[in-house]
Ligand binder design. Structure first.
Ligand code: SF4
Length: 508
């Protein structure tokens, strides 16, 4: 894992999750779960679009793995679904943050199918291992040979080494988790057709289980998000608890073991703000409702709503698509009209990965166009989920004013200023590339005012951290807020973050 990021490594304007995992086990060996895997992975496509993979097994048979670069609909064609046939399976959508980013070799795709003379399993992983180097070194000393530079392969070798002494899978994963410092959810399919699911003790990444029982057969599911369980017609049972191992097997149904109960959790706040699908429920909280409350909270704290001249001329406009839920909440609380004031061209896919300011400006114009009849002469209250680099937001503000004829633009952001990188498996820019991180270093306390001047709205209001946690409905001790505070819960990460901060300071 590359913890100290090189400048320009992440050229995207939006943050990206890095993977989705999905597993199914069915007690009917005459039934194939591959089509359901397809449906679940399609529902989780927003978490990773670079490659798709599945491992399938018919109880008593062998594990077969198929993976390829591309979206689920392209990779899992009908002939593949009928060819890969089995009553137990796991699947994965990849968005690369480590290893060969953008490289399409199947070595970097998942599930990771591990096989040697002694043991065979397949594993799908979402997250990052912060003490990757240390574990890799130990594996190297044991003579393990690595063919990629991914933490997934290191983890698979670690599990493979531990599994040499026992076939007790919950015990193997328990011993594995004791050696890891990281943020992860993983599912593992054994050669006997059992599925084990594990979530790290702080619960950074979501993971949940569901079932579908009928007279003919029983199916159990484990998924990154509950929307995948809905997509296969399943019944959501519960979240996998932070630090829990869940064992799905045909003989014993579901049974679980809570390994470590930490005195806090660190569920990624960005799942609620942006990553997760609104129809998912994560750790007991509906994502759609959390986003609605985030918008309502912004409106409750917005001083411009006391200004009658602005209020009477105001409309609430989302940045499509990410600002929609929060704009609905804001408009509801403010009792102002919600209007689509920006048209998005859905067929332009290259906006966020274009290096260079000039190219990006052109790309934003290709992608977004203000609807003049809606925004002309108006006080546009513009809602977005977050500001990362600020360049796209700056463009949108300028388009609304110059092309759309907006009288004033008031920018409202549901996520507090993002001042620090994420080292927990999210594709993130460096501190210096984050507008709030850089400006905080440059301007100290007045940095939000300076961001406003740079991006260009007439007024700018960010959510506060207290209001964010309240709107999500979880305390500061349940959520990860590290990108907003610079305080990291993982030991290996805190040291590296301090090192990066000192490098950035010395350069500014
Ligand atoms: S640092 Fe931010 S993006 Fe990363 S896990 Fe924590 S809350 Fe999520």
């Amino acid at each position: 894992m590359m913890l100290l990021k090189e400048k320009g490594q992440n050229m995207r304007e939006k943050l990206r999750e890095n993977c989705a995992i999905f597993g199914i086990t069915c007690n009917d060996v005459g039934y194939s779960v591959t089509n359901l895997l397809y449906r679940g992975l399609i529902a989780l496509q927003h978490r990773g679009q670079e490659s798709t993979g599945i491992s399938i097994l018919k109880t008593g048979g062998k594990i077969f793995t198929y993976k390829k670069d591309g979206l689920v609909s392209k990779v899992l064609e009908e002939k593949i679904i009928s060819q890969y046939w089995g009553n137990v399976g796991i699947g994965h959508n990849r968005y690369a943050t480590t290893g060969a980013v953008g490289f399409t070799s199947s070595l970097y795709m998942q599930p990771f199918h591990f096989k040697n003379n002694e043991i065979e399993f397949s594993m799908a992983f979402n997250g990052t291992i912060a003490n990757f180097d240390e574990i890799k070194k130990r594996m190297d000393e044991l003579g393990r040979i690595f063919i990629t530079d991914t933490d997934t392969e290191v983890l698979a070798h670690l599990i493979g080494s531990i599994a040499l002494g026992t076939e007790n899978w919950p015990e193997i994963l328990k011993l594995t988790s004791n050696l890891l410092d990281g943020s992860y959810s993983l599912i593992l399919m054994t050669s006997k057709g059992e599925i084990l699911a594990m979530r790290d003790p702080l619960g950074y990444k979501p993971l949940c289980i569901g079932e579908l029982k009928s007279e003919q057969r029983n199916l159990y599911f484990v998924a990154s998000e509950s929307c995948a369980i809905d997509a296969v017609g399943g019944h959501f049972l519960r979240d996998v608890k932070p630090g829990e191992i869940v064992h799905l097997s045909l003989q014993k149904d579901i049974h679980s073991e809570l390994l470590i109960k930490a005195n806090r959790t660190a569920i990624c706040q960005f799942e609620y703000v942006y990553f997760a699908r609104p129809d998912s429920i994560i750790d007991g909280v509906s994502v759609a409702e959390a986003r609605l409350r985030l918008g309502m909270s912004l409106a409750r704290n917005d001083p411009i709503l006391d200004n009658l001249e602005i209020r009477e001329n105001a409309i609430v406009v989302p940045v499509p698509d990410s600002g929609r839920s929060v704009a609905v909440g804001y408009a509801k609380e403010a009792k102002l009209p919600y209007l689509e004031g920006l048209m998005k061209n859905r067929y332009v896919h290259r906006t966020f990965i274009m290096p260079g300011d000039k190219k990006r400006k052109i790309a934003v114009k290709e992608k977004l166009n203000p609807i003049k009849s809606v925004v002309n002469g108006k006080d546009v209250i513009l809602l977005d989920d977050s500001i990362v680099r600020g360049t796209t937001t700056q463009q949108i503000v300028s388009l609304l004013r110059e092309k759309g004829g907006a009288k004033r633009v008031h920018l409202r952001v549901s996520c507090p200023p993002i001042i620090s990188p994420c080292y927990m498996g999210i594709d993130f820019p460096t501190k210096n590339e984050l507008i709030a991180g850089r400006f905080q270093n440059l301007f100290g306390e007045n940095y939000v005012e300076e961001i406003k001047k740079k991006i260009g709205p007439d007024t700018l209001l960010y959510q506060t951290i207290d209001d964010l946690t309240q709107a999500i409905g979880k305390s500061k001790y349940e959520l990860c807020l590290a990108c907003l505070t610079g305080e990291y819960q993982l030991k290996s990460v805190q040291k590296l973050a301090e090192l990066e901060q000192s490098i950035v300071k010395s350069r500014t």
